[in-house]
Design a protein around this ligand. Structure first.
Ligand code: SAM
Length: 392
């Protein structure tokens, strides 16, 4: 951990001690990929809250959550958001979280500071605390706001990964996740909650899998027990935490020391089709992954030869992998990537495997893609114009 004055480079995997506005002011501009901020709620609690059995509710009444007025809270919010926006990369994004006490002020301040809101997400608590007085609804949710640095900015959204997390169905903006309890909840020496607002790791897991990639830098300016850092570390992301309370810093340091990152293979998430680099078949030939003259076969025994220009030839038909497959099957269309196989070491392997290998190399930066979006391709199949780019 460092005492922050000014840091020349962005410090990774450290807790920076101090006031978040001052510490962020010392961080370089455009240096972090994502900010997850769980700021003070400004709960304005008046007096103790008791359960029906008269036991005292451990509510958020800490000094860090107290502000003299809404105006003071707004000034604080706008100041930290301005610094957050400065340190965010142009393609970066921010997630903030709050309750009805502060989230509307937070949303307005985000927009006034220049951020562009993409979604709000309702975190519905499956195990909320009841409203003990029975005078209002059970307060069973908090609201997250996801925003880019400005309107039109690019941002990371691992659509397919989130869909996979949601059993193959598009992820919605209402997330049902329990409050942090049980062994995940950090306790103090008396066995009481060590921090009143420790967030569940599941919430951070979803945010980080959905909106960051391994190696990204995630900043949490209100680090508390270090939930953001712990999940970032598990997922192979780097974190920067800012916290000014010495007890919480010690707690987070102990917690982070015990985190074991998942192995690299487990961190690969399903790529969004839009984000996946497109691989023209000719690239496999140019790069020697398939040789001109090599014979490709289909599962039902059809055969075609690879030509040097990345087309196939078979029985007097020649054209793209998709065209030749469709012509041989007498079908209006055919996905050549899954239709054709090549032989290696006595085994028949779909050419899609080579496409995926190349796409992985491009994604990891080990090789340059030839272009990022496919040219529009229209071909004649049985006298009809069909669009092929869907199979890229
Ligand atoms: C809502 S809690 C964050 C809890 C955290 N997300 C977790 O899971 O443990 C807010 C935290 O911000 C810290 N904090 C409040 N104001 C701060 C400031 N101006 N600078 C740095 N830390 C601050 C508090 O000490 C508190 O731990």
């Amino acid at each position: 951990m460092k005492d922050m004055a000014r840091v020349a480079d962005v410090p990774r995997n450290e807790i920076l001690r101090g006031d978040s506005i001052e510490v962020m002011a010392g961080l370089p501009e455009a240096s972090v990929d994502l900010i997850f901020a769980d700021p003070p709620y400004n709960l304005q609690l008046r007096g103790d809250l008791h359960r029906p059995d008269n036991s005292r509710v451990d509510a958020v009444d800490d000094a860090w959550d107290r502000f003299d007025s809404f105006a003071a809270y707004d000034a604080f919010t706008r100041a930290w958001l301005a610094e957050a926006r400065r340190v965010l990369k142009p393609d970066g994004a921010i997630w903030t979280i709050g309750s009805y006490h502060n989230v509307f002020r937070l949303g307005a301040a985000l927009q006034d500071t220049g951020f562009w809101i993409l979604n709000d997400v309702v975190w519905r608590k499956s195990n909320p605390m009841p409203n003990f007085r029975g005078r209002r609804f059970t307060n069973a949710h908090e609201t997250l706001i996801w925003a880019t640095r400005e309107e039109g900015a690019r941002y990371t959204f691992n659509y397919e990964a989130l869909k996979a997390l949601n059993d193959g169905v598009q992820m919605r903006s209402d997330w049902v996740i329990p409050l942090c309890t049980g062994h995940e909840r950090l306790k103090d020496a008396n066995g009481d909650k060590a921090h009143p607002t420790q967030k569940p790791e599941a919430l951070l897991h979803r945010v980080l899998v959905g909106c960051t990639n391994p190696g990204d830098v995630v900043l949490d300016p209100f680090f508390g027990t270090g939930t953001t850092g712990a999940v970032a570390r598990m997922l192979g992301r780097d974190y920067i935490g800012i916290e000014r309370d010495e007890d919480y810093i010690a707690l987070a340091e102990r917690r982070l020391a015990e985190v074991r990152p998942y192995d690299r293979a487990a961190l690969e998430v399903s790529a969004s089709k839009r984000a996946a680099p497109r691989v023209p078949f000719g690239q496999l030939v140019e790069r020697g992954m398939l040789r001109p003259g090599e014979v490709l076969t289909s599962v039902n025994g059809k055969a075609a030869k690879v030509r040097a220009d990345g087309t196939l030839v078979a029985d007097g038909v020649n054209g793209s992998i998709h065209q030749v497959g469709a012509a041989l099957e007498g079908a209006p269309s055919c996905n050549g990537w899954t239709y054709w196989c090549f032989r290696r070491e006595g085994r028949s392997v779909p050419i899609d495997v080579l496409r995926q290998q190349l796409a992985r190399r491009w994604r990891s930066g080990r090789a340059e893609p030839p272009f990022s979006s496919p040219p529009s391709r229209y071909v004649l199949v049985k006298g009809r114009r069909a669009r092929w780019s869907v199979f890229w």
